[in-house]
Design a protein around this ligand. Sequence first.
Ligand SMILES: [Zn+2]
Length: 464
Amino acid sequence: MEALDADKINIFVPADHRAPAEWVLKWLFTEILHLEVILLAHAGEHIEIRLQGKVLSIACDFFRLNKPSWLQPGSLVVEPREDWMDVDRTLAADLTARSIPVLWGRQGFLQTVQGNGQLHLDVIGSIFFMLSRYEELVKASRDQNDRFPAAASLAVERGFLYRPIVDEYIEILWSAMVKVWPQLTRPPTAGAMVVTCDVDEPYERWISSPWLLAQGLAGALLRRRSVGCASRRLKNAWCSRRGRFQFDPKWNFAWYMSALESHGHRGIFYFIPTSGRTQFDCTYSLTERRMQALLKSLSDRGHQIGMHGSYTTYRNAALIERERRSLINACRSAGAAAAVSGNRQHYLRWDAGQTADHLEHAGFTYDSSGGYPDNPGFRYGTTRTFPMWSWIRHAPLKLRQHPLILMEGSVISYLKLGYSAEAFELMRTLKRAALKYGDFTMLWHNSHLSTPEDVGLFSDILAA
Ligand SMILES: [Zn+2]
């Protein structure tokens, strides 16, 4: 039987939206604010936080407005579309900019003479919208790889993809709470940079067969018009077959590990366990002697090994399970740590309606696919890790998301910023915004460290 405890924070949630609202509230109060709360249902329309005879009431529009057409295609209700909240006018919240888009609810905070507060911004519903990726279930937009594109997101439409809007909404809620209860305290946030590498091509694929080598040489001569490149590829193929890998620009893991270690970091390296299932997968096998040695070396030096779920896994629970088992076996036979607790999807392919459930079922404790390939930034609106939402069970999962904030190719290739000062500036802005509230998870492929420009930009963002 639930009972009201006058000394504890009691939070009343509209009974109709209890499960999704409680998922957000539990994460927010337990993991971020470190405050003990009792969650209760009530018949009211607002979320009410009650403590010591005072009330902070928070608008709860997202759930209410979307309820009649919940999850129906095209059911996204966003109004007014261009409302921004000038937070500094009423609250003292630590944001990345003074004003912030209103997703649901409306702008403004009011305090009564009795000291109660009313926050008109729908903080909890908006956070649910971002963390659950609700829009990816109701919008049909997909790219040629069946991925929900950043361009179709509300974040791009309203111009907040480069802002951790969930973390900023938490700051707004916190500043409203401190207005009502000035004695409240919370621990400081502590984030870290997490460098990760998806091992798509550990070595030049030209060396795998005479047919591929012919393609590599033809590409060097006809497309690149470079005799030097062709002769280097030939030399690499010749030497690699004899166990000498120093001419392979992609086989740079010793350098990669040292670069991270010199900054006091250890990386996470995600491997595709099964080769060649589709043309989008890879041409290496973890049973090769050099790959076994690589797994062992990463593990011995304290770097982590995770799974890079192959191209078709995002909707295939059985394949995810099989791939995890084969990666564990490869680690064991190499004498490397075989926990394999984390995953990132190859091509970042993700179905918000099911992939997280499959990963949890296969035994993963976290996933780190949470970014858009075509644009960097905050797909989930947060830089913090959080337990994911299951749209199959309509309940929280144990699987946690470690959002991916920056993939090098998103800036260099998709946004076509190359290695310009603008590219570095965007990367640094994202790093600073992320570290303000939590972790900065970055993906830099080993196969994107082949040129001096790549190495330069990588080193600059590591040090930034
Ligand atoms: Zn990949």
